[in-house]
Design a protein around this ligand. Sequence first.
Ligand SMILES: [Zn+2]
Length: 232
Amino acid sequence: MIGKPTQLASLTAAAALIAAVWIAPASSFAKSATAVAPAAGYPLDNIPRMVSKRGRVRCPKVKLVRYRGSTVRYSSRITVFKGFKQRLKRFERIVKQVATEVYGRAPYRIRHWGGYSCRRMGTRAYRDFISEHALGNAIDVYGFDFSWVSRRKAKRLNIGRRMRRPFRITVKKHWKATRGMGKVHARFLRVLFKRLAAKRNVFTVLLGPGYPGHSDHFHFDVAPWRLVSIDM
Ligand SMILES: [Zn+2]
């Protein structure tokens, strides 16, 4: 039995993202983490996530690679599980797509706080789980950098005067912005999050402002369960 998280398949609908949509009770979470079938065939699905609550956490060995980005570059090289790199490539394409719709161009850099990190889950109730970061199966994204556009190019791409300038978008500063360019950035972040959540082949877990500990970044991973939680 796959248990509760399969019901979350329906959560991809944008409407479901209006508020924090699901926080599993510890028991069902634990059950799901050990019992989920590898339906999508993701190579890390069968790796147990449960560890002892005490002592130094031991992380399973996974094939890690260093990755700099393809469609859009990352602010620094990121160490991730080999299979997660493919997900990041899809992520970058969606970033480019949404950014082009809003700003007429892709950001030149995605700002992140890293991928691989051998540690437990941050949430206290789940101390007996390793974080997906411990498998190199997660990324924390906190911002996007956009570069200057020449006047001629801006004219050709129909980019307005204010949009031509270089700017940085951060989750911390712009998620709740309501005025001027900040409002545009808020829309960009929201549309991006919704579009990613609607895709089944990019990330399974998407967290952001409103989920404990995530007021200033998005956390994306490919755990064998589904969890989408953000305050829209
Ligand atoms: Zn994270």
